[in-house]
Write a protein that binds this ligand. Structure first.
Ligand code: LMR
Length: 396
């Protein structure tokens, strides 16, 4: 059956790690895949996570199946983290949360739900977006379309074009939005822009799919969720996909959730039953360990405070690295404006280099960024900044 399959090229993002690992250079710099790193280049297990998972191991009495909806303590924690405790969808029991294998599992399940309910629905993605978005949504059988987002030349969001595009979408179109730390651009909408966007979503009866993968790494845990909460309060239905990879550092444990807020408890319950059936059909039930760890951490006020302090420090480190890189690039390459890097948020920015320059960065200078010249700021430290700046100056 498979004798005619051609081997595929490596994944555009995950393939960078393999290429980096195979490079024997001792001056190589990995600013590719989006994982948080400290100054020593390590992706540490967060302090509170380490303690919570030891507790899980100690207290665990069974390995029997979770329900298809996942770990109940985790689902309650994530609902509170994303929506807060006083949100009307929570107090009126119009919100349901279902644990998923990572944010990817959440996106696929949300897409499956849309496809099963209304198979002809189109999902609109920003240009550019994370390369796995079209793959996950398309993999569920849905057609994807694009809306303009980032203007490469202006190094910022082309908001009039974005708004005009959404304003022409047919009712019922699903609009995938990233509420904070846009991947790959690092360019986030400002509050007045969200306000206008909300009005268009309402007027055109568009359904937002809010992909929240970096909560806490943009402006703060509460701030990064503010437009998720506002949209869920103002719109009849909202789908939210959540990842705990970055903000809990639980990447390989595959911890995520899909949250739905609807008009009534009955509607939310019905959606929940469909999500469970779709999960059963695909993977039966999610893995427990990472989600149980989040549940234990969340229930302990001291652990939660320590987790938040460590997350705050990660965010502050990213912001400082942004300013340092923007300054260093500006000094070395004064003819080009790199100040946008300092104004953006989260882990990523686009350097704005053509593919040949990205190739040269990798082959001639051992600097590994994504093919679209996206860099992961967390991969930097003072020595790496100097190398990246020298390499960018050389390839330009
Ligand atoms: C990234 O964008 O680098 C991360 O979200 C990791 C991934 O799965 O692509």
């Amino acid at each position: 059956m498979f004798e005619n399959l051609d081997a595929l090229a490596p994944d555009p993002i995950l393939g960078i790690s393999a290429a980096f690992a195979a490079d024997p250079s001792d001056s190589k710099v990995d600013v590719g895949v989006g994982v948080y790193r400290d100054d020593a280049g390590q992706t540490p297990v967060m302090r509170a996570v380490r303690i919570a998972q030891a507790r899980v191991a100690e207290l665990e009495r069974t390995k029997t199946y979770l329900p298809a909806s996942g770990n109940a303590a985790f689902n309650a924690a994530l609902t509170e983290l994303v929506l807060g405790t006083t949100h009307p969808a929570v107090t009126e029991r119009r919100a349901v949360t279902l644990q998923t294998p990572g944010g990817c599992g959440a996106l696929r399940l949300a897409a499956d739900l849309v496809h099963e309910t209304a198979p002809g629905t189109r999902v609109a993605l920003s240009t550019p977006t994370w390369p796995n978005h079209p793959a996950l949504i398309g993999g569920a059988g849905l057609e994807t379309v694009r809306y303009p987002y980032y203007d490469e030349a202006a190094r910022g969001i082309d908001f009039p074009a974005l708004l005009a595009s959404l304003d022409a979408m047919p009712a019922g179109t699903v609009i995938l939005l990233q509420p904070s730390c846009h991947n790959p651009t690092g360019a986030d909408l400002a509050d007045p822009q969200w306000e206008e966007l909300l009005a268009v979503l309402q007027r055109r009866q568009l359904l937002p799919l809010l992909d929240l993968a970096y909560q806490g790494l943009g402006e703060g845990l509460e701030q990064d969720a503010r437009w998720v909460r506002r949209l869920a309060a103002e719109l009849p239905e909202v789908l939210i996909t959540v990842s705990c990879s970055k903000n809990f550092g639980l990447y390989r444990e595959r911890v995520g959730a899909v949250i739905y807020t609807g008009r009534s408890p009955a509607e939310a319950h019905a959606v929940h039953t469909h999500l469970m059936r779709l999960a059963r059909r695909m993977y039966s039930m999610p893995p427990d360990h990472g989600a149980a760890t989040v549940g234990v951490l969340w229930a302990d006020a001291a652990l939660r405070a320590d987790w938040q302090a460590e997350l705050d420090a990660m965010r502050q480190r990213l912001a400082a690295l942004r300013l340092d890189l923007a300054d260093a690039l500006g000094r070395e390459i004064p003819r080009r404006d790199f100040s946008f890097i300092g104004r953006q948020r989260g882990m990523f920015s686009l350097l704005g280099l053509p593919p040949a320059a990205v190739e040269a960065l990798r082959h001639d200078h051992h600097v590994y960024c994504a093919p679209d010249s996206r860099i992961n700021l967390a991969g930097l430290n003072p020595a790496a900044i100097a190398r990246v700046v020298a390499a960018v100056a050389a390839v330009l």
